[in-house]
Design a protein around this ligand. Structure first.
Ligand code: AMP
Length: 214
């Protein structure tokens, strides 16, 4: 199965993708995680991407399309994969269709995480992330057991530069302008299912599981 989790930043795509990995045995392909890894390794690509990410802008399409096209050729993607944070523009979606078509494959399902902007601002500004294992916390709804320490791997938690309030507003603006048109794109292909992402994350997990078998 080739599944796209579509939705604004902070809507819970990453959290749900990680749960699906365990359940479905498919890899999670997160362009945001790939770019952050490139930044932490100090690669040229990471250096280039950082200036866009810090502003809440999108990294150019050719960069992320290149990352994904390399990644999906790896053997663990042969049975399918879960895309989290890609595509984010119509040209990225077109490029994805082309690269899949070249191998006789196609996107099977797209799940839209539907949620209001006001809820996202609160979620993102209180989000803390483990730089090492990617686990995510929320200062009030899902706090770590020890302050600023990851429950899962013991590393320090950080607030991502782009989770600062002034950047969040720009990310949401970019989402509505560049990414929201993908809703119509996939709806017209009859691939879109919508779930209410404002519900508690365990309920969203249940709804997602149901959406995937319906
Ligand atoms: P995320 O972790 O998915 O919220 O992504 C963090 C940042 O990485 C975004 O705000 C963009 O700057 C960049 N990014 C991630 N995925 C993409 C993509 N598909 N296209 C362009 N930029 C991306």
């Amino acid at each position: 199965m080739i599944l796209i989790l579509l939705g604004p930043p902070g809507s819970g795509k990453g959290t749900q993708a990680k749960r699906l990995v365990a359940e479905q045995g498919l890899p999670q392909l997160s362009t945001g995680d790939m770019l952050r890894t490139a930044i932490s390794k100090g690669t040229e690509l990471g250096f280039k991407a950082k200036s866009f990410m810090d502003k809440g802008a999108l990294v150019p399409d050719d960069v992320v399309v290149g990352l994904i096209s390399e990644r999906i050729r790896q053997v663990d993607c042969s049975k399918g994969f879960i895309l989290d944070g890609f595509p984010r523009t119509i040209p990225q979606a077109d490029a994805l269709d082309e690269m899949l078509k070249a191998n006789g494959r196609q996107v099977d399902r797209v799940v839209l995480f539907d949620i209001q902007d006001a809820e996202l601002v609160s979620r993102l500004s209180q989000r803390r992330t483990c730089l090492k294992c990617g686990a995510m916390y929320h200062l009030t709804a899902l706090p770590p057991k020890a302050a600023e320490v990851c429950d899962q791997c013991g590393s320090s938690l950080i607030q991502r530069d782009d989770d600062r309030e002034e950047v969040i507003h720009n990310r949401l603006k970019v989402y509505h302008r560049e990414t929201a048109p993908l809703i119509g794109y996939y709806r017209s292909q009859n691939k879109l299912q919508v779930i209410d992402a404002s519900l508690p994350s365990d309920v969203v997990t249940e709804k997602l599981a149901k959406a995937l078998v319906s």
